[in-house]
Design a protein around this ligand. Structure first.
Ligand code: HPA
Length: 273
């Protein structure tokens, strides 16, 4: 996406704001409720923002919510754009560029994911330690805009180590048994076959989903500090003898909603600089 498109979108949003956001939040399937906790919210529909795509999946709202959460100025995406909807990687990650232009220095990226690791259970929360880009595409393909980031960005610490330790501490404080692991990003929209899940487990994956990786790559390119959290909404294909459904994903995330909210709010309130 062009610099001018980013600037246009950011200018449209900035006109409605009194404070610059410092922290971005991308809220995954069923996790958008966190945005309802934002104080003095300004909401902006994606469809009103220049160059923003529109989201098409149920359980995703399609708006930005900007305001104060636990003493931090946040900008939350209630609903995100998925590659499987047919958007290019550049469109999927455009909001990250815009949030960065608006002033954020950190971002919390959340998702619902299938558990590959057999020790996991539906309803677990997992801190993302690293990811595997298995989407067959990359948002940084094409000419590099040096104003946005470097040509060959380092990916050794996409997920900020200080944020990871902070999140671990907050989990302990709240007595939440939070997992950690590697998130595999697949294109979707099909769920995986049992053979694919076995392969991904062999390759070191702990959870699998259809998002997060593009946004995390662009965040790393843009120099943002990233915290990633997966809600394990189901066991991935072939682990339990039952078909996977989007309804199960939405139902499980609804069940862990309270823990998710408490956890993320605790993290945000005390996030180190
Ligand atoms: N696979 C891929 N994406 C998902 C899953 C899954 O099992 N659960 C939620 N998102």
């Amino acid at each position: 996406m062009h610099h001018t498109a980013i600037k246009d979108a950011a200018a449209y949003i900035n006109d409605k704001l009194t404070h610059s956001p410092e922290l971005g939040l991308i809220l995954g399937s069923g996790l958008g409720v966190l945005a309802e906790e934002i104080e003095d919210p300004i909401t902006i529909s994606y469809q009103d923002i220049p160059h923003f795509p529109e989201s098409t999946v149920s359980g995703h709202k399609g708006q930005l919510v900007i305001g104060n959460l636990e003493g931090k100025q946040v900008i939350a995406m209630q609903g995100r754009f998925h590659y499987y909807e047919g958007y290019s990687m550049q469109h999927v990650t455009f909001p990250v560029r815009v949030m960065k232009d608006l002033g954020i220095s950190s971002i919390i990226i959340t998702n619902a994911a299938g558990g590959i690791n057999k020790d996991f259970n539906p309803g677990d929360l997992m801190l993302i330690k690293d990811h595997i880009n298995n989407m067959g595409d990359n948002p940084l393909l094409g000419p590099n805009d040096d104003a946005l980031g470097e040509r060959f960005p380092d990916m050794s610490h996409v997920y900020d180590t200080a944020y990871l330790s902070h999140a671990r501490e907050m989990a302990a404080k709240l007595k939440l048994g939070v997992r950690e692991g590697v998130y595999v990003g697949n294109s979707g929209p099909t769920y995986e076959t049992p053979a694919e899940i076995k392969m991904l487990r062999t390759l070191g994956g702990d959870a699998v989903g259809m998002s997060t990786v593009p946004e995390a790559i662009v965040s790393a390119h843009a120099g943002l500090r990233v915290l990633g959290i997966s809600c394990i909404s189901n066991m991935a294909a072939g682990i339990l003898d039952q078909p996977l459904t989007h309804d199960e994903v939405i139902q499980t995330t609804a069940q862990v909603r309270e823990d998710f909210l408490r956890f993320v709010k605790e993290i945000i309130g005390t996030l180190p600089n």
